[in-house]
Design a protein around this ligand. Structure first.
Ligand code: GDP
Length: 315
């Protein structure tokens, strides 16, 4: 069985210089951790996938898609960058929301660099300002989604960010760096990677050189299923779906889909089962050949609000 079959599936290309080799050994090997934080939907997962040149985090246009910190490992000859994706910080309305915030906060503790992503299209919101105020003085600010945006508007946005950051703590504004980029097109991403590599302390690699993520395979497949379900129109459901793999007997994988109420079951399944079927096919296409996915929908009443249910899901 090809354990890694599911990983080499991205539609993205690596940033041009992500694999560049440096010098001839004069420079020390560098390694460290980078937390990618930001409000929901600003493009954190897209940015990490782009930096890695592989898909390790699911992407969706629905907020709060990322539920657990996912580590991606950017491997270079001269450095290893461990990227920690975090659930978007937001005002919690449920127990799940509170736990997502706690996970995001703890993920950014003890890292070498905290990188705050802001959406250039949405503009600087109250949530962004709060995160800017809490960003360490040497934090990196990324203005994402600058593709197709008037450069003058990008400059205005950067000015607003700098004014906010600089005004929240006197000298704090001096040490940070700004990057305007597009995670979608890759424009400007190489510069960010170079900067982050330079910021890592000299030290040995944390992960084997062929490892791209520490996400267990079963968790990854469950995430792919969730991504497909989110993509299939559940305006009213995005937060109500949880997925987990309950059996893994290669090539047979059984994945359970939890919804909160009986009425949501039919929406997930679709007319004549068409939604489930399409989701299963799309996921299978991203796994090693031969994979067979069984999808089961189950009601777990109000799972988002019950500690036991969240514990069971590892959230
Ligand atoms: P996250 O919640 O912060 O992880 O955000 P995602 O990575 O899931 O992205 C949220 C949405 O923004 C998705 O629809 C992405 O396709 C879109 N997006 C991300 N980066 C860019 C970008 O650079 N340009 C544009 N135009 N869209 C982007």
């Amino acid at each position: 069985m090809d354990q890694n079959g599911g990983r080499a599936v991205s539609g993205t290309a690596p940033p041009e210089d992500s694999g560049r080799e440096h010098g001839d050994g004069d420079e020390p090997f560098r390694s460290g951790f980078v937390a990618i934080i930001g409000r929901p939907n600003v493009g954190k997962s897209t940015l990490i996938n782009r930096m890695l040149g592989q898909k390790v985090s699911i992407v969706s246009d629905k907020p709060n898609t990322t539920r657990t910190p996912i580590r991606g490992v950017l491997q270079r000859r001269d450095a290893q960058l461990v990227l920690v994706d975090t659930p978007g910080l937001h005002k919690p309305r449920t127990l799940l929301g509170e736990r997502l915030n706690a996970a995001a906060t703890s993920a950014s503790e003890g890292v070498d660099v905290v990188c705050l992503v802001i959406d250039a299209r949405a503009g600087l919101g109250r949530g962004d300002r709060r995160l800017l105020a809490e960003l360490p003085a040497d934090g990196v600010v990324v203005l994402n989604k600058v593709d197709g945006i008037d450069p003058a508007k990008v400059l205005t946005q950067l000015g607003a960010v700098a004014a906010t950051f600089g005004s929240t703590g006197g000298e704090r504004g001096d040490a940070h760096e700004y990057f305007a980029l597009s995670a979608s097109t890759g424009q400007g991403v190489g510069e960010l990677v170079e900067h982050l590599v330079g910021r890592m302390p000299p030290g040995p690699a944390f992960f084997p050189v062929d490892q791209v993520t520490d996400t267990p395979e079963a968790f990854w497949v469950a995430e792919l299923v969730r991504e497909q379900l989110l993509a299939r129109t559940y305006e009213e459901l995005p937060h109500s779906i949880a997925t987990r793999v309950t059996e893994w007997e290669w090539p047979r994988i059984r994945c359970e889909i939890l919804v909160e109420r009986e009425s949501q079951k039919g929406i997930v399944i679709g007319k004549g089962g068409e939604n489930l079927k399409a989701a299963g096919t799309a996921v299978r296409g991203q796994l090693a050949p031969g994979a067979f996915i069984e999808l089961h929908v189950r009601v777990s009443k109000d799972w988002q609000r019950r500690a036991r249910a969240l514990d069971d899901l590892g959230l």
